[in-house]
Design a protein around this ligand. Structure first.
Ligand SMILES: Cc1cc2nc3c(=O)[nH]c(=O)nc-3n(C[C@H](O)[C@H](O)[C@H](O)COP(=O)(O)O)c2cc1C
Length: 157
């Protein structure tokens, strides 16, 4: 049975997720994109996985950088999710950002953040999976931005 990609997107969209922004820097150039394909793979050792489409303009930068950052967006950061879901060259200059302890770019205002060192890149269809070791992390107060049925949402009070 052949599966229509748009149908897969629609059905998979029933799986509600948070929203992250993956950021990196390579040779002085920063990049970033909105990502909800993020999972914690292992606690010990600490491994996470993100999946980035081969059409992503950020892919060469994330692939070349030794590390990348993952910022888990807060419910008031939908505009930031939209910026990083776009195609501008200078996305990181348009939002408040900071450096983590390992030097990776991270977004201010995120409710959690991880600093990750790429360990394996796995080609997977029209995406590349990045399996990475967590080298730094933290979390703060606040509630998450959500994504469901192709739309942003927030937790009910
Ligand atoms: C909520 C949301 C989640 C997304 N998750 C992913 C993802 O997990 N992987 C991916 O490659 N693109 C994902 N995208 C799409 C990218 O953010 C989008 O293609 C972006 O333009 C890529 O930017 P770039 O080409 O500058 O790298 C998502 C978009 C949205 C709105």
């Amino acid at each position: 049975m052949s599966v229509d990609p748009q149908e897969l997107r629609r059905v998979a969209g029933h799986f509600a997720t948070g929203v992250t922004v993956v950021t990196a820097e390579h040779e002085g150039v920063t990049c970033g994109l909105t990502v909800n394909a993020f999972i914690t793979v292992s606690l010990d050792p600490p491994l996470v996985l993100v999946s980035i489409g081969t059409a992503s303009r950020s892919l060469p930068c994330v692939s070349s950088a030794p590390r990348f950052g993952i910022s888990v967006l807060a419910e008031d950061q939908e505009s930031i999710a939209r910026i990083f879901a776009g195609k501008d060259d200078d996305k990181l200059t348009r939002v408040p950002a900071r450096r983590g302890q390992t030097g990776v770019p991270l977004l201010e205002g995120a409710i959690a953040w991880l600093e990750c060192r790429s360990e394996q890149r796995i080609a997977a269809g029209d995406h590349v999976l990045f399996l990475a070791r967590v080298e730094g992390l933290g979390a703060g107060p606040g509630r998450p931005l959500l994504f469901f049925h192709g739309r942003y949402g927030r937790l009910a009070e």
